[in-house]
Each structure stands twice: as structure tokens, then as C-alpha cells.
Design a protein around this ligand. Structure first.
Ligand code: SF4
Ligand code: SF4
Length: 347
């Protein structure tokens, strides 16, 4: 990223006006605008003998390689060159998995199925929309580094600087990485789409639902068996709950490689009747309680108000918090009392 070079030795000046990446990211997330053009499907493509086989192993290795080697998986000044994310977890959901339709009820009617989002991509490219059974969702969890988690765990008011950079640069990296994979697949004649970089992705307040987006990476990760939800609504995975999650849909039949927990709260101590509520203690907004779990509205207000703090102190245009995801027993792993045998590793 060009800005990495510019930001190598100093902070950005007048960041409210000059952090273009941050502002574009915010507009994209809230309004579904400002994303780069979608790649076109290469309908003329004829398979070559040296083409990779686009199977589960290819997606796992490709995403691992991107996190290990991509120049955008890096922090800005004053942490220039530090990695943002550690080695990822990767899982798959078939497009006709009944849970994806259940999300229309659980999350809301506004939430897309992979088939709906893929139809949008198919229509743009003038090809027939694939059936649900011919699609899969690739879901990945990118764990935040130990240094960043420690920094945030030491805070009790606003997000640490490493955490704020991770929120902004990590999201930009995630979108860049997925766009590269989607573009490559499309160039090889495989229809694919990253829902959160299309104009259909806008976060807004939905009736009876509150603030939500039409494609929940977290719910896709749960469906792919990558973790389950905590009191704080973050996904608790075998690498903890301090992470960013991403997903995209492909016109391929990929086999699920992980066992989904039947209980959506299987990895949370409090939900499993082991007294905890450490996340509640960590929340400066009082947005988590035993009775009501996570109050999304109270959380959103606190997180939104952090924009000013991050801008003034860290010179980037981003909001963030994550205090309840750090300094807790679920920060970096499934809490010990709930850990089972590691039978669900990547194949
Ligand atoms: S801190 Fe405790 S109660 Fe809160 S999500 Fe983690 S395990 Fe659950
Ligand atoms: S993200 Fe921050 S405001 Fe929201 S619940 Fe967690 S600690 Fe509270």
C-alpha cells in the first residue's frame, strides 16, 4: 500500500482530512459505496493443464500464504512493519446448508444467502445464477497478534493504538486479500463474490433488528464451524475471540472441514454455567449484562464515539474498542474449562 511507505517515519497530518483509506473504508461499510470495480468473469477461459485444483486445501493454503507474506498485513508508524494478523483458521459452508436460510429468521430478512449475493454477480456477468447446492462460502478467522492483544488488555477506556490500527488496516488488508482471490478465480472462469465490497453491503439500522449488515462474517464463521458466540457477541474460536473475520462465496462445491457446535454459545464460560462475566467488567459502556447479554445499541454508541479519540491520538480515521475481547479468559483460546480434544483442525 502506497500510504505504508509515506507513513513509515511519521504520523499523518490533519488525519480527519487526509486519511483517505480510513474514510473510504467507513463510507463503504456504512453506505456500500466507494469500492473498487468488481472483476469481470472470464467466460472464454479454457482450463490449462497447470491450473490449480480449486479445492479446500487450495483455499486454506492460499489464505495462509497471504497472511504470511502480503505486504498489506503490516502496521503503520509507530509500529511500522509489525504484522497485523497471525496464522488464520479457514472453514467452509455449503450454499444449501439449511442454516443459511435460517439466518433470514435468526438475523433478519435483510441478510443475504450466498445464492442471493451470487445471483447479483451472475447477473452482472450475463451468466445463469448458480443453484444453492453449487455454491460454498469460504470463511476465515485472522487472529490479532499477541502484542496488540496485550496493549488492548492494558486499557480500560479506549482502544489502544495497535488495536485501532488493526481495525483500520486489518479491514483494508482483509478486503484487499479477498479481492485478489476473487479476481484470480474470476480470471480462471470461476464465479466468486466478496459481499462486503459490493454496493449491496451497507450497515444500517433495520426495523426490529437494530444496527446490522446484510452479510455477517461472524455468522458465516459459526456456520463453518470456526467457533461459537460469547456474551460479548464475538466468536470464540480455538484461537480466541480477538480477531477479524472475513468470508466470500464461490461457485464451487467445497466440503465443510469442521464440526459446527450445536450450542451457539458452546465456548463461553458464562453461558456454560461457569461464572465469568469478565467481558462485562471490561466494558466501559455497561453494554454487557448477565440478563441481556450484549446490548448492540449501547456498544455501537460507545464505539462510534471512539472515532474522535482515535483520530486525535492515533491520526487515523477509525472507530474501535474491543476491550471486552481482551483481558478475558476467551481472548486467545477457548477457555480451559470448556476445551475439548482438538479433533476439528484443518484437514
Ligand atoms: S469473558 Fe467470559 S463470559 Fe465473557 S464471553 Fe468470554 S468466556 Fe464468556
Ligand atoms: S466493544 Fe467496547 S463498548 Fe462494545 S461491548 Fe465490547 S467493551 Fe463494550
Amino acid at each position: 500500500m502506497v500510504s505504508h511507505r509515506r507513513m513509515k517515519d511519521r504520523y499523518r497530518r490533519l488525519s480527519y482530512l487526509t486519511d483517505i483509506g480510513g474514510m473510504m473504508n467507513a463510507i463503504g461499510e456504512m453506505k456500500g459505496k466507494g469500492f473498487p470495480k468488481q472483476p469481470r468473469l472470464n467466460t472464454e477461459y479454457r482450463a490449462r493443464f497447470d491450473d490449480p485444483v480449486f479445492n479446500e486445501a487450495w483455499f486454506i493454503q492460499t489464505i495462509r500464504d497471504k497472511l504470511a507474506n502480503h505486504q498489506d498485513n503490516r502496521m503503520e508508524y509507530p509500529y511500522y512493519g509489525e504484522r497485523i494478523f497471525d496464522e488464520p483458521l479457514v472453514g467452509f459452508v455449503r450454499g444449501d446448508d439449511p442454516i443459511l436460510l435460517d439466518y433470514k429468521t435468526i438475523i433478519g430478512a435483510h441478510h443475504f444467502t450466498p445464492q442471493e449475493i451470487m445471483k447479483w454477480q451472475a447477473d452482472r456477468n450475463g451468466v445463469p445464477a448458480p443453484a444453492a447446492g453449487d455454491l460454498s462460502v469460504v470463511s476465515f478467522v485472522m487472529p490479532i497478534t499477541q502484542k496488540t492483544k496485550e496493549d488492548n488488555a492494558a486499557r480500560n477506556d479506549w482502544a489502544s493504538e495497535r488495536w485501532a490500527q488493526t481495525r483500520l488496516l486489518g479491514e483494508i488488508f482483509s478486503q484487499t486479500m479477498v479481492r485478489e482471490i476473487v479476481t484470480y478465480l474470476m480470471s480462471k472462469g470461476v464465479l466468486a463474490v466478496a459481499p462486503d465490497v459490493t454496493p449491496m453491503f451497507n450497515k444500517k439500522r433495520y426495523p426490529h433488528v437494530g444496527w446490522a449488515s446484510p452479510w455477517s462474517h461472524r455468522h458465516m464463521a459459526y456456520a463453518a464451524g470456526l467457533g461459537s458466540f460469547g456474551m460479548h457477541d464475538f466468536l470464540i474460536t480455538e484461537k480466541g475471540c480477538a480477531h477479524r473475520v472475513g468470508s466470500f462465496a464461490v461457485n464451487l462445491k467445497l466440503e465443510p472441514n469442521r464440526q459446527r457446535t450445536g450450542d451457539i454459545h458452546a465456548n463461553c464460560l458464562q453461558y456454560q454455567h461457569v461464572p465469568c462475566m469478565k467481558c462485562k467488567e471490561r466494558c466501559p459502556a455497561g453494554a454487557i449484562s448477565e440478563q441481556n447479554g450484549h446490548d448492540k445499541e449501547a456498544c455501537m454508541q460507545r464505539v462510534s464515539s471512539s472515532l474522535r479519540y482515535c483520530n486525535r491520538n492515533y491520526h487515523i480515521f477509525i472507530y474501535g474498542c474491543g476491550l471486552c475481547a481482551t483481558g478475558t479468559p476467551c481472548q486467545s483460546a477457548i477457555p480451559e474449562a470448556l476445551r475439548q480434544t482438538p479433533s476439528d483442525r484443518d484437514k
